[in-house]
Design a protein around this ligand. Structure first.
Ligand SMILES: Cc1cc2nc3c(=O)[nH]c(=O)nc-3n(C[C@H](O)[C@H](O)[C@H](O)COP(=O)(O)OP(=O)(O)OC[C@H]3O[C@@H](n4cnc5c(N)ncnc54)[C@H](O)[C@@H]3O)c2cc1C
Length: 473
């Protein structure tokens, strides 16, 4: 009997496994593929994800394998630098190959004690009052208290649950890959500059020795399970640029669409959904992996609390209540960005107007906080502006706040030095620090770093400890 089985060892599943292990939950991750993905798509980790990695002591390892780039130019690729004064110690973008980030997260989960079984696709399950029986592709059956589908856009778990996935089908497919070219770099650069002014949805960029990264619209929408051919890339390059640049010797070729869909529910009884299994959208702005990892961060401690038996009755349901609106917002911003990439005169005019508007700091701030997820505010009821938001990595007497969050516990940050976490001390740490860089007396942080309470009254604090951390010991 496992406590939690996770279907899928992508970034979402691996992050969730690690979060659960921080609370000694018995976790098994079942991954369909026998080997990690071979494509080396570079993804961008945005500010909030970098903060999460810092909160769990993972950032150094990840930074070593990635490339730091300045924040900014995220929204529809509009070329504006980030506004000054972004409220984060990690105000940059980290480009990193997706297989590397998946590997690092999986390694971290295994170090913490998670089991990962590759070549084990989930094909069926039945849930009852006591748990879930999960069936694997070879007919083996496993029993678990909870099952989480982190099995990607075509999630088997979501389909078996019968959860609807409404939205828009793909209207535009894009071809992406790595190839060698048969013409000098200057010729490519010149042609790119000429066409990119009016035609945004393509590029051919150097990527390592002799290798070019190529992105080009597909001729139509087709079955994404079918890998594209080099000839399709050549035809599409000729259609856009008038030449195929002699592309040859592909390292890998892939196809992706711009379907936009959101699961109707994130939980049915003992089965939950996270990451691409719950939401898909075009990759513009580079948000999908970030969103999935942040789902996992939100769900991990709540599911652990449920397993360990101290979760308040409604805690697990706050996962959907908090994360589904965030996904809805991401879906909407990718819809807007997709329109802004159109070469039609109307969207081009809106793009020019938005480019001008972004010269206003507030507009630039608003958009960047949206894409990097540092603007997320969960609805914890009425209260000060900080309530429900994440706390940045402020200075505290032991150094940095995030250094105190590695164990995934709650934290009372107390400038009054007279409050206590009492019977919750097995779940919540207490730091009495009058010097903490806060402009409120005390905050209660959840394990995901969001502010659950602000104040200085012990009774009020106890009520909130009860709300988020259940009955005291
Ligand atoms: C071109 C492109 C560029 C992108 N760039 C970015 C970017 O810059 N930033 C960003 O944040 N996001 C980006 N994304 C999106 C990102 O790749 C996805 O959102 C992310 O991979 C989702 O992670 P996941 O773990 O939820 O799902 P996946 O990565 O799809 O992982 C799901 C896992 O489940 C496994 N699985 C499937 N079915 C089963 C089953 N039945 N049983 C067991 N295992 C199963 C799969 O093999 C897979 O390993 C990009 C996407 C594309 C297409």
């Amino acid at each position: 009997m496992f406590d939690v089985i996770i279907a899928g060892c992508g970034p979402t599943g691996a992050m969730l496994a690690a979060e659960l292990r921080l609370h000694d939950v018995r976790v098994l991750v079942l991954e369909k593929e026998t080997e990690p993905a071979s494509f080396v798509r570079i993804v961008g980790l945005h500010i909030r994800s970098l903060e999460l990695m810092a909160m769990r002591g993972l950032l150094e390892r990840i930074r070593e394998r990635g490339r730091r780039r300045p924040a900014g130019a995220y929204f529809a690729g509009i070329d504006k630098p980030a506004p000054a004064g972004l409220d984060s110690a990690y105000a940059y973008l980290l480009g990193i190959p997706q297989p590397v980030i998946v590997h690092l997260l999986e390694e971290h989960a295994i170090e913490l004690g998670a089991q990962v079984r590759r070549g084990s696709a989930v094909t069926a399950f039945q849930q009852d009052d006591g748990g879930v029986t999960v069936e694997l592709v070879d007919g083996e059956q496993l029993r678990t208290r909870y099952l989480v589908g982190c099995d990607g856009a075509r999630s088997t778990v979501r389909k078996l649950l019968g959860v609807g996935f409404p939205g828009e089908p793909s209207r535009n497919d894009t071809l992406m890959g790595e190839v060698e070219v048969g013409v000098p770099p200057e010729e490519i650069a010149a042609r790119m500059t000429e066409i990119r002014d009016t035609y945004k949805r393509w590029w051919l960029r150097p990527f390592g020795e002799r290798i070019y990264s190529v992105v080009v619209p597909a001729a139509g929408v087709s079955d994404r399970a079918q890998p594209p051919t080099l000839e399709e890339f050549r035809q599409q390059l000729r259609a856009i640029a008038g030449t195929d640049f002699g592309v040859h010797s592909p390292r890998w070729l892939s196809r992706f669409g711009d379907a936009t869909r959101l699961a109707e529910r994130y939980r049915v009884g003992r089965v939950l959904l996270a990451g691409d299994a719950a939401h898909i959208h075009p990759p513009i702005g580079g948000q999908g992996l970030n969103l999935g990892v942040q789902d996992a961060f939100n769900l991990g401690w709540k599911l652990a609390a449920q397993v360990r038996g101290w979760a308040p009755e409604t805690l697990l349901d706050t996962y959907q209540a908090e994360r589904r609106p965030v996904a809805e917002d991401v879906l909407d911003n990718t819809r807007a960005q997709t329109e802004l990439l159109s070469s039609e005169p109307g969207p081009q005019a809106v793009r020019r107007l938005l480019t001008e508007l972004m010269d206003f700091d507030e507009v630039n701030h608003y958009l960047i906080e949206k894409i990097t997820a540092i603007g997320v505010r969960y609805d914890f009821g009425a209260g000060p502006e900080l309530l429900g938001r994440r706390l940045p990595d402020i200075d505290v007497k032991q150094g940095h706040l995030y250094g105190l969050l590695h164990r995934g516990r709650g934290l009372l940050l107390d400038r009054t030095e007279r409050l206590t976490v009492g019977g919750w001390s097995d779940r919540v740490d207490h730091l009495a620090d009058p010097t903490a860089a806060l402009d409120v007396p005390c905050v209660l942080l959840r394990p995901d770093g969001h502010v659950a309470w602000i104040g200085d009254d012990q009774q009020d604090l106890d009520d909130h400890l009860f709300r988020w951390f259940g009955t005291p010991d």
